[in-house]
Design a protein around this ligand. Structure first.
Ligand SMILES: NC(=O)C1=CN([C@@H]2O[C@H](COP(=O)(O)OP(=O)(O)OC[C@H]3O[C@@H](n4cnc5c(N)ncnc54)[C@H](OP(=O)(O)O)[C@@H]3O)[C@@H](O)[C@H]2O)[C@@H](O)CC1
Ligand SMILES: Nc1ncnc2c1ncn2[C@@H]1O[C@H](COP(=O)(O)OP(=O)(O)O)[C@@H](O)[C@H]1O
Ligand SMILES: [K+]
Length: 496
């Protein structure tokens, strides 16, 4: 599990630790870890540190201090280090003295600084870290825009990225590697910020941290959560997932949701809807029932809405009246947006909403009574959007897109680290809905079911995209699920 903490949580842990340590000790730990990563990158790139060109971009805070101290370490190992000071009169005094003592150069002329930046083998972005507010200031903007040759290592967080949210107001420095201290920051895991961070490496500095604000599953945690039949299991004990999907207009959505559900660990899939014939022809293992969810017999979770068309309203009402977990997707979400949060008020079991940003906008309008906000604004603030929806509907929300975010009404949030933009293909969301519903029916708690589904779905997208080396279809994503399930399980067995 990758755990990420908000700036205020980091500050509190830092204050508590600093009170017990000699002055400057934390910064020395951070700078030593940062310098070690830089030395490794330079050795990989040029064969050695000695003689390489390093530019330190140093702002006025401790982030600049870290970068200057790390620059001093590299200078002592023979690198040609120059420091560009973005606020010369307020540069970190100790870091600057260390750099000068190691024979590093200080550059005050912006033209010279930009030329050095562009041809450096390695750039250390120490403009601003967790103390950053708003977009990059004017003096730093040319560096974010300039062409460059070498590797950019962001110190703690790429400058211009909001550490708490991943939001980017204006421009930000694009890093190849981000070395973060003490804990991951949410903004390093959530787009657009995650896209600026490159590969993220964590340097431990001994902080004693509270529970994470946001976390991201990794293989071992997913492997522990995957349902597995016990010796005494039968199909009913493994869970039956009901799928109410597809319509005359969108019969394919039924097939795709069932395909996802068949690979999610439930013992059986029960389909209700107009596409029963096609479903059974394609997947003979599916149970089909006439009518809607109300008369379909016992299931342990419902999936309602993919391609639901005109029948979605009735199916949604019947599923929500049940006492089992309900996943609402696609047309089901459009209906729910019309009804507003009151439609979930009487529920005794969890509800999982799986909108993309367009559907999220309609749901928010349904909750607030206003016009739907622009979907791109919601995409730029994914964590806040998912949390807002979870709070408004008192439901767990899986917000789909370039970084899928899952938020619980209780405040817990997960971000999905797998995935590929090849998943942006018609019908792949239907597969995800079926998969997540199946995991719910198999008994996973709703936050786990949603985040494990997003994780496996993302891996399957990558697997399907890399196998043929070509665009993927939603059915290929579903077909790749057993392979990634095995891959995740195998990694756990290897760790045991
Ligand atoms: N916490 C920890 O555990 C540890 C923290 N450590 C390190 O400390 C870093 C935090 O340092 P920090 O608090 O000094 O803040 P920092 O990020 O340097 O920024 C503040 C300065 O930037 C300026 N500024 C603000 N916004 C700006 C913008 N948009 N664009 C440009 N400039 C902007 C702002 O200027 P002002 O508003 O005052 O004019 C202020 O001077 C942290 O990220 C990590 O690297 C490690 O050393 C050890 C363990
Ligand atoms: N840029 C992207 N990067 C990664 N995944 C994406 C991207 N865009 C969309 N996805 C994923 O693709 C799926 C698309 O689902 P959805 O929007 O419901 O499409 P559909 O309704 O056609 O099935 C979701 O799982 C979403 O997270
Ligand atoms: K930085």
């Amino acid at each position: 599990m990758r755990n990420a903490h908000r700036v205020e949580q980091v500050r509190a842990a830092e204050a508590e630790l600093m009170a017990r340590l000699p002055e400057g000790a934390l910064m020395q730990r951070a700078a030593a870890g940062l310098a070690a990563t830089c030395a490794r990158l330079l050795t990989r790139r040029r064969g050695r540190v000695y003689g390489s060109r390093v530019v330190v971009l140093a702002g006025s805070g401790d982030n600049g201090g870290d970068a200057l101290y790390a620059g001093a370490v590299l200078a002592r190992r023979g690198a040609r280090v120059s420091a560009v000071l973005l606020a010369p009169e307020r540069a970190h005094a100790g870091g600057l003295a260390a750099l000068r003592a190691a024979h590093g150069q200080v550059v005050l002329d912006q033209e010279v600084g930009l030329a050095d930046f562009s041809r450096a083998d390695l750039v250390l972005d120490g403009i601003v870290g967790i103390g950053g507010r708003g977009g990059l200031r004017a003096e730093a903007v040319p560096y974010a825009r300039a062409a460059r040759r070498g590797t950019v290592v962001a110190v703690d967080v790429p400058s211009g990225v909001d550490a708490d949210t991943g939001e980017v107001a204006g421009v930000a420095l694009r890093a190849d590697v981000t070395v973060c201290f003490g804990t991951y920051k949410p903004g390093l895991l959530i787009d657009p910020g995650a896209g600026y961070a490159g590969a993220v490496q964590l340097v431990g500095i001994g902080l004693d941290l509270p529970p994470a604000d946001v976390s991201a599953l990794q293989h071992p945690a997913v492997a522990e959560l995957l349902p597995e039949p016990g010796a005494e299991s039968d199909k009913y004990r493994r869970g039956v997932v009901g799928v109410a999907a597809g319509s005359a207009t969108y019969p394919g959505a039924a097939l795709l949701a069932v395909a996802g559900a068949l690979h999610g660990g439930a013992g059986a899939v029960r389909y209700v809807g107009t596409a029963a014939e096609e479903v059974v022809r394609r997947f003979p293992e599916t149970l089909v029932t006439e009518g809607g969810p109300a008369g379909a017999g016992r299931v342990q979770a419902w999936v309602v809405g993919p391609g639901g068309g005109e029948g979605a309203r009735q199916a949604l009402a019947e599923a929500l009246a049940s006492d089992v977990p309900v996943l609402v997707d696609a047309d089901g979400l459009t209906e729910l947006g019309r009804l507003g949060p009151g439609a979930l008020a009487g529920r005794t079991a969890p509800t999982l909403l799986t909108p993309h940003t367009g559907e999220a906008a309609r749901l928010l309008a349904g909750a607030d009574g206003g016009a739907p906000p622009p979907a791109d604004e919601l995409a730029a603030a994914r964590l806040a959007t998912a949390r807002r929806l979870a709070a408004a509907y008192r439901a767990t929300v899986l917000l789909k897109g370039s970084t899928t975010v899952v938020a619980d009404p209780g405040g817990a949030a997960r971000v999905n680290p797998t995935g590929t933009s090849w998943l942006a293909t018609a019908g792949s969301g239907d597969v995800l809905a079926g998969l997540a519903g199946s995991l719910l029916a198999a008994g996973l708690p709703v936050l786990d079911a949603a985040s494990v589904a997003a994780y496996l779905h993302g891996l399957a997208g990558r697997h399907a995209a890399s196998t043929p080396g070509a665009p993927v279809t939603a059915l290929q994503v579903a077909a790749a699920l057993p392979a990634v399930w095995r891959q995740v399980r195998a990694s756990a067995t290897a760790d045991e």
